[in-house]
Design a protein around this ligand. Structure first.
Ligand SMILES: *[C@@H]1O[C@H](CO)[C@@H](O)[C@H](O)[C@H]1NC(C)=O
Ligand SMILES: *[C@@H]1O[C@H](CO)[C@@H](O)[C@H](O)[C@H]1NC(C)=O
Ligand SMILES: *[C@@H]1O[C@H](CO)[C@@H](O)[C@H](O)[C@H]1NC(C)=O
Ligand SMILES: *[C@@H]1O[C@H](CO)[C@@H](O)[C@H](O)[C@H]1NC(C)=O
Ligand SMILES: *[C@@H]1O[C@H](CO)[C@@H](O)[C@H](O)[C@H]1NC(C)=O
Length: 557
């Protein structure tokens, strides 16, 4: 066994527990009660402990629906955490896998402290899952298998948070002020602060690792007054809160759309919210599809909101872009980046389908702001649509052969790339930001095109395949698979960063010096077949977006 930290103590005392094949089911004792876990095996065959489906908040049901979560209370019996808990309600293929009682987290660790001996606590990596704020989970069996990261000496925590209308509905009133799913994430971070040492984790070394909606969340934790002090580093993968998207104070119109779909009267607001509290959670999940404007767009349906002060504890109290511009955020070291091709998926979907393609072609000026997330209905909006079409699609009518690359760029930049560009530009003035571009293309992908067998490129979520096991998308890569070195590099650099705040000098990985972004040079690590330092990430494209959506001037307050 290779438990470096453990061996450095020099002795193995039965009272402290290390995972091995002869272990009985592991038990940890927390201030709330005792928890029974199980033993799993990592990619390279190391045993580790898994404690899954642990409630970190009370079930957010009835009066707690649409409200900030409440902490869990202590329990007497041994809590069984040997299996994943449910996902939060979402359109799922298997009903028995979802429940509104979904505020759960999973902890993976290689060693847990005993009563007599102390171990060296390990740094903690917290995974905040993607899914547009309406899909996926932190479950090990479906979305976030720990077998790769548990070859590193860290403690991994994956979390669920409320999704869709149940997690993000905002009416501008105290009964539904918004950001509930983000407050769940804060509650999970508080739980980690209070209890992770029982699992061998170090509460003073916590790194957020968010992907897509989870990355957007991570950038909000950097400015949220509720998240302050709960983490020490951030890995921000493929989304940020600093885009052209306006962050409203409520989304009452979308709330009314949901209410109408579930047969609730839409006024007065208090009555509407009370009615929505009575509806089964499954009805929200089942109606999700009808909440969109066109074919699952806008991808970002429910947004975080700048909460009006209604007496509640506010997760977000100011505009994100403005906060980063002013340097008004928690200045921790950051890894941030995007994939080379990001959102080709929706581009293919739109261009392949004749109805959708014609609709977009004929109504581009009004549909573009829906798909690419900017304000609708104004003259400026129509002007922007025209400029975007001209730049990315030319003046021909849309076709799969001629428009795919341009439409891919439009989705990629508007949903992911431009926000990341602005985030890195603003944050790097105040803290260390290691930027990457993920361009490695393996045998598996989230988009196979054109022949349904070949990966299109390095699209959104493809880099996750080398950090977490996602069984529906790829098998577990072993050491002889060609993907081996990408797994090694990503898990090695990410966990080294989680331990030290610097991804350089990761064990066993040969890499160039990963230089942070500076005020004069847009340095980034290109993570492809090899690791190479380059400069100027999609400079020309982002300059165009910068011109179209200039950084707002700072209001003095
Ligand atoms: C649905 O999920 C449950 C609980 O995980 C599992 O026991 C059952 O086999 C699943 N059903 C199908 C059809 O996958
Ligand atoms: C094309 O898109 C429309 C609108 O979303 C949908 O109703 C239709 O089923 C799609 N057609 C195909 C062939 O997928
Ligand atoms: C929109 O474009 C037209 C024509 O170029 C220009 O005259 C007008 O001022 C623009 N309006 C806005 C609000 O940008
Ligand atoms: C690794 O996985 C591949 C399939 O991806 C399999 O063919 C091969 O035998 C495996 N190698 C080892 C050493 O298990
Ligand atoms: C795969 O990764 C392991 C673990 O770091 C490494 O020791 C090994 O050299 C790699 N194997 C191959 C065939 O590249």
């Amino acid at each position: 066994m290779h438990f470096a930290a453990f061996i450095s103590i020099g002795i193995i005392i039965s009272n402290s527990v290390v995972a091995d094949s002869c272990s009985k089911p592991p038990v940890v004792h927390t201030a709330l009660g005792s928890i029974k876990g199980s033993v799993l095996e990592s990619r390279l065959g190391r045993q580790f402990f898994a404690f899954r489906g642990i409630r970190y908040a009370q079930p957010p049901t009835r009066d707690l629906r649409f409200q900030a979560p409440k902490p869990v209370t202590a329990w007497e019996d041994l809590l069984d955490a040997t299996e994943d808990g449910p996902m939060c309600p979402q359109p799922a293929y298997n009903r028995s896998e979802v429940s509104e009682d979904c505020l759960r987290l999973n902890v993976y660790t290689k060693q847990i402290p005993g009563e007599l001996i102390r171990i060296r606590p390990q740094s903690v990596l917290v995974y905040i899952h993607p899914g547009g704020f309406y899909a996926f989970s932190g479950q090990s069996r479906n979305n976030a298998g720990p077998q790769y990261l548990m070859d590193q000496d860290i403690v991994l925590v994956t979390i669920n948070y409320r999704l869709g209308s149940l997690g993000f509905m905002s009416t501008g009133t105290a009964d539904c002020p918004g950001n509930a799913g983000l407050k769940d994430q804060v509650m999970a971070l508080r739980w980690i602060r209070d209890h992770i040492s029982s699992f061998g984790g170090n509460p003073d070394s916590v790194t957020l690792m968010g992907y897509s909606a989870g990355a957007l969340s991570s950038t909000l934790h950097l400015i949220s007054p509720m998240s302050r002090g709960l983490f020490h580093r951030a890995i921000v993968m493929s989304a940020a809160a600093t885009s052209q998207v306006d962050i409203p104070t409520d989304q009452i119109e979308l709330a009314r759309k949901q209410a109408a779909l579930l047969g609730c009267e839409v006024t007065p607001t208090e009555k509407m919210v009370a009615c929505l509290r009575q509806k089964p959670a499954t009805e929200f999940a089942d109606s999700l599809e009808y909440m969109f404007v066109i074919s699952w767009n806008p991808v970002l349906l429910w947004k975080p909101v700048v909460e009006p002060n209604l007496g509640q504890e506010r997760f977000l109290d100011r505009d994100p872009t403005e906060a980063f511009l002013k340097g008004d955020f928690t200045k921790v070291p950051i890894i941030a980046g995007i994939t080379k091709d990001e959102f080709a998926g929706p581009a293919v979907a739109f261009l392949k389908n004749e109805t959708l393609r014609n609709e977009l072609d004929q109504n581009f000026d009004t549909l573009a702001p829906v798909l690419f997330l900017y304000e609708r209905h104004t003259e400026e909006s129509r002007n922007r649509s025209k400029l975007l079409r001209e730049k990315f699609l030319g003046d021909e009518s849309l076709s799969l052969s001629n428009s795919l690359t341009g439409l891919n760029y439009l989705f990629a930049d508007s949903l992911i790339g431009f926000a990341m560009h602005r985030f890195i530009q603003l944050a790097s003035r105040h803290t260390t930001v290691y930027q990457y571009k993920f361009s490695y293309v393996g045998r598996y992908s989230f988009l196979y095109y054109p022949d349904d067998k070949t990966p299109y490129g390095a699209v959104h979520h493809d880099d996750l395949l080398y950090l977490l096991v996602i069984p529906s998308r790829a098998p577990i890569f072993n050491v002889t698979d060609p993907e081996n070195s990408t797994v090694e590099r990503l898990t090695g650099m990410w966990s080294t960063f989680a331990k030290t705040g610097n991804p350089n000098k990761a064990d066993k990985i040969s890499m160039p010096d990963w230089i942070p972004v500076s005020s004069t040079e847009d340095h980034y690590l290109n993570i492809g077949q090899e690791l190479v330092m380059e400069r100027g990430l999609f400079t020309e494209r982002f300059a165009f977006w910068d011109q179209l959506f200039p950084i707002p001037s700072v209001k003095n307050d």
